[in-house]
Design a protein around this ligand. Structure first.
Ligand code: ACO
Length: 407
C-alpha cells in the first residue's frame, strides 16, 4: 500500500527472502560458539560442558573463564584469572556520591541500570573495542565490579554503609560479605551457603540469545561502550517475563499461601481473561524440564537442610504446585515446565537475600554471558549493525493539507 511495501518487495527480489517473525520464534540473529540449548531434551551446555557437570565440579570464576576463553582454565590459568578479577573489585569512590542521588526506596534494579551505565563514563576514552586486550580488560572489570555494585545497591536500600570488597575471599564469599557484613559484625561465611550462591551464578551465567543478551548484542552492534551495552541488558532483564520472574514467582507462592489454595489458583491461570500466569513456569526454548530448575531444586534441599529449615512451607508449596501442574492437561499440552526461576527465589530467600534483590543477583551472574557474547560479536569479521526490518501496516501516502483547511 505505501512506499515501504515497495521497499520490502525490492528486498525480497534482491535476497529471495523476507521473514516476518515476531518474537524471533524461528529466526537466528547470530552464530555463536558459546552456549547450546536442546529445548526438547532439556539440555544446556556452555562451550560443550553440560550445566550439570559445571554446577557440580566447577566454580563460578572457572565458568567465567570458560565462557570468555572457550576452555576451562588449568590451575595456573585459574590462579592468574582470580588474581586479575580480584584486582578490579573496587569501584571509583565517586560512585558513592552517585548512589546517594537515588531515593532510598528506589528499586535496586533501577539503581543498577544507572550505576553500570555510569561506569562507561570512567572507562571510555581509553577503550578501543577493536583491540582484543581492551575487550578482555572490560570483561574482567565487569565481572569484578558487578557484585560490588549490587551489594552497594542493597546497602543503600538499607541505609547502611557500603562494605568494601575483600580480596582474600572467594568470589561468592566476598559477594555475601559485601551484602551482609556491617561495620559492627562481619558476615560469617558458611561453605554450603557460599556454594549455593556460586551455583546460582553458574546456572544463570549464559543462556544464548535470550531477550537481554540479544539487547546487549544489538546495543553493541553499533560500537557502543560495553558498560552502556550491559546496562541495556540489565534494563531488559528487569521485566517480569524475563529476569524479574524469580521475584514474581516468590510473590505468587506467598499469595497462594497454602497447598489448599493451589486448585483455585490453577483455575485462575487457565482462565485467559484473568491475566494470571504460573510464574517460574514455561520457556520459549525449553519444551521439557529446564535442567537449571532441577539443579536449583536440589540446591533448595541442600540449603534448607543446612539451615535446619526442612519443613520450609514455601518450598513444600512450590513442590506441591509443581506436582499438580505437571499432571494437569493445560500445562502438559503446552509443554510448560518449571524454569530456573521457579526455585531460585526460595534459595535466595534462605540465603537472606530479599526479593527486591533477586533480579540484581541474576544480573551479576548473567554479566559474564553478556560480555562473552558481546566479545564474540565484536571479534566476528561478519559482524554488522543489528537492524531488523518491519512489515509496514500503516497508511498509504497522504497529501499534506494545510492546517487551516483540515477538517
Ligand atoms: N502460565 C500459564 N500459561 C502459560 C505460561 C505460564 N507461565 N507460559 C506460557 N503459557 C501459555 C500461554 O498462555 C500460551 O497458551 P495458548 O497457547 O493457549 O495461548 C502457551 O502457554 C504458549 O505460551 P507463549 O506465551 O506463546 O510462550 P512464549 O514462548 O512466548 O513465552 C514465557 C515464554 C514468556 C517465559 C512464558 O512462558 C511466561 O510468561 N512464563 C512466566 C514468566 C517466567 O517464568 N519467565 C521466566 C522465563 S526464564 C528466564 O527468563 C530466566
Amino acid at each position: 500500500r505505501g512506499p515501504d511495501v515497495i521497499d520490502i518487495r525490492k528486498l525480497y527480489s534482491q535476497t529471495g527472502m523476507f521473514t516476518y517473525d515476531p518474537g524471533f520464534m524461528s529466526t537466528a540473529s547470530c552464530k555463536s560458539d558459546i552456549t547450546f540449548i536442546d529445548g526438547d531434551r532439556g539440555e544446556l551446555a556452555y562451550r560443550g560442558y553440560s550445566i550439570e557437570d559445571l554446577a557440580q565440579n566447577a566454580d563460578f570464576l572457572e565458568t567465567c573463564y570458560l565462557l570468555l576463553n572457550g576452555e576451562l582454565p588449568n590451575t595456573q590459568q585459574k590462579a592468574e584469572f582470580v588474581r586479575t578479577v580480584t584486582m578490579h573489585t573496587m569501584v571509583q569512590e565517586q560512585m558513592h556520591a552517585f548512589f546517594r542521588g537515588f531515593r532510598r526506596d528506589a528499586h535496586p534494579m533501577a539503581i543498577l541500570v544507572a550505576a553500570v551505565g555510569a561506569l562507561s563514563a570512567f572507562y571510555h576514552d581509553s577503550l578501543d573495542i577493536n583491540n582484543p586486550r581492551h575487550r578482555e580488560i572490560s570483561a574482567i572489570r565487569m565481572i569484578a565490579k558487578l557484585p560490588t555494585l549490587v551489594a552497594m545497591a542493597y546497602k543503600y536500600s538499607l541505609g547502611q554503609p557500603f562494605v568494601y570488597p575483600r580480596n582474600d575471599l572467594s568470589y561468592s564469599a566476598n559477594f555475601m560479605h559485601m551484602m551482609f557484613s556491617t561495620p559492627c559484625e562481619p558476615y560469617v561465611g558458611n561453605e554450603v551457603l557460599v556454594r549455593a550462591l556460586d551455583r546460582i551464578l553458574i546456572l544463570h551465567a549464559d543462556h544464548e540469545q535470550n531477550a537481554s543478551t540479544s539487547t546487549v548484542r544489538l546495543a553493541g552492534s553499533s560500537g557502543a561502550n560495553p558498560f552502556a551495552c550491559i546496562a541495556a541488558g540489565i534494563a531488559c532483564l528487569w521485566g517480569p517475563a524475563h529476569g524479574g520472574a524469580n521475584e514474581a514467582a516468590l510473590n505468587m507462592l506467598e499469595q497462594i499461601g497454602s497447598a489448599d489454595h493451589i486448585g483455585e489458583f490453577i483455575k485462575r491461570v487457565k482462565d485467559k481473561d484473568s491475566g494470571v500466569k504460573l510464574m517460574g513456569f514455561g520457556h520459549r526454548v525449553y519444551k521439557n524440564y529446564d535442567p537449571r530448575a532441577k539443579l536449583m531444586r536440589q540446591t533448595c534441599h541442600e540449603v534448607l537442610n543446612e539451615l535446619g529449615l526442612y519443613n520450609d512451607p514455601l518450598f513444600k508449596l512450590a513442590m506441591a504446585l509443581e506436582r499438580i501442574a505437571l499432571e494437569d492437561e493445560y500445562f502438559v499440552s503446552r509443554k510448560l515446565y518449571p524454569n530456573v526461576d521457579f526455585y531460585s527465589g526460595i534459595v535466595q530467600r534462605a540465603l537472606g537475600i530479599p526479593k527486591s534483590m533477586f533480579t540484581c543477583i541474576f544480573a551479576a551472574a548473567r554479566t559474564i554471558g553478556w560480555i562473552a557474547q558481546w566479545n564474540e560479536m565484536i571479534a566476528d569479521p561478519e559482524q554488522k549493525i543489528g537492524r531488523p526490518r518491519q512489515l509496514y501496516t500503516g497508511e498509504a501516502r497522504h497529501q499534506l493539507i494545510p492546517i487551516a483547511e483540515r477538517a
